[in-house]
Design a binder for this molecule. Structure first.
Ligand code: NAD
Length: 295
């Protein structure tokens, strides 16, 4: 009974200040979403250009909202005021929650998480937006792994409702409850999942991408497949376009992780066209060439 009470208290814990580490595609989007819903959000990166890009991204989303009449001048000003860009670790010391969204590299993430724990207070919640690294593995870099879990957003953050909250073996109930509450405050729909390769969404998505790759090897035309899935089957986009949006490099790396996690079910496909494109540096929208070409 007392546990239930404690959980309820944690769930209502008001996150007054958040810190996002990394101001890239995801970090910029997460900082925007946190700020637009009224949370003071520190956005930390290691270089000024990235911070500028992150802020520009937020301004672009707000401008689009203004054009559509969905955002007023007051919200625009308040949101931008709520994002506090910084290059200084000390600026995150009072954060109630930290969302780590730096590059997908286990060593970099481990050292960023360690440094974070040294700066923040003992009850600050720490989360990672990793797509492919085990939460249990990342937790090993922390002295207090019970305050840590995954918080996996989807791209573009301001449009995708889902957030996967990944509970590690040592994550406490209080931590999960507080992160669920923060995701709800951000206007998102959280689901709590256990730690495994691909969590939930990528375990569904990667067999689909694999099926698409096999179709291509059987001679299918990718534009025809996209047309069918999009125009006729009714999905918002077909697999080739989705892979270009996700990034062929990201998708290739994730396919490796899924194959390692589920060798029987998701083994790499011989001559996978996605892997050939990665080797040919066709990374998708991010470098202007993938299945399609972008101007
Ligand atoms: P990105 O390359 O766009 O941004 C990473 C940012 O981290 C860069 O601005 C870089 O300067 C910064 N950075 C690097 N080291 C840092 C440090 N020590 N401290 C602070 N900042 C540092 O990458 P991204 O696509 O935004 O991905 C970030 C994370 O989100 C990764 O873990 C990735 O797997 C995950 N993710 C990505 C997507 C996606 O579609 N791109 C979706 C879900 C999750």
């Amino acid at each position: 009974k007392s546990k239930g009470k404690k959980q309820a208290k944690a769930a209502s814990k008001d996150i007054k200040q958040a810190a996002v580490l990394g101001a890239g595609i995801m970090g910029g989007g997460i900082a925007y979403q946190s700020a637009v819903k009224g949370t003071h959000t520190i956005m930390k990166d290691i270089n000024q250009d990235a911070l500028d890009l992150g802020l520009n991204e937020a301004a672009k989303i707000l401008n689009k909202g203004m054009e559509k009449g969905k955002v007023d001048a007051k919200t625009m000003a308040a949101t931008l005021n709520h994002i506090l860009p910084t290059l200084d670790y000390n600026a995150i010391k009072d954060a109630d929650i930290v969302v780590e969204a730096v590059v997908e590299n286990p060593k970099v993430k481990a050292s960023v998480l360690k440094e974070t724990e040294q700066v923040v207070s003992d009850d600050t919640i720490i989360t990672s937006n990793t797509s492919t690294i085990s939460i249990n593995q990342l937790a090993e870099s922390l002295d207090k792994p019970e305050r840590f879990c995954g918080m996996h957003f989807f791209n573009p953050v301001h449009r995708m409702p889902l957030v996967e909250i990944i509970r590690g073996e040592k994550t406490s109930d209080d931590t999960v409850n507080a992160v669920v509450a923060y995701a709800l405050k951000m206007g998102k729909t959280p689901i709590v999942v256990n730690d495994c390769a691909g969590f939930l969404v990528n375990r569904v998505l990667f067999p689909y991408f694999g099926g698409f790759s096999k179709l291509l090897l059987d001679g299918a035309d990718f534009t025809a497949v996209d047309k069918v899935m999009e125009k006729v089957f009714g999905w918002p986009m077909g697999p080739a376009y989705l892979l270009d949006v996700v990034g062929i490099d990201t998708a290739d790396h994730a396919a490796e992780v899924m194959a390692e996690g589920f060798p029987e079910r998701m083994a790499r496909i011989a001559n996978d066209p996605v892997q050939s494109m990665y080797k040919a540096e066709r990374f998708g929208q991010k470098n202007g060439k993938g299945f399609y070409n972008y101007g």
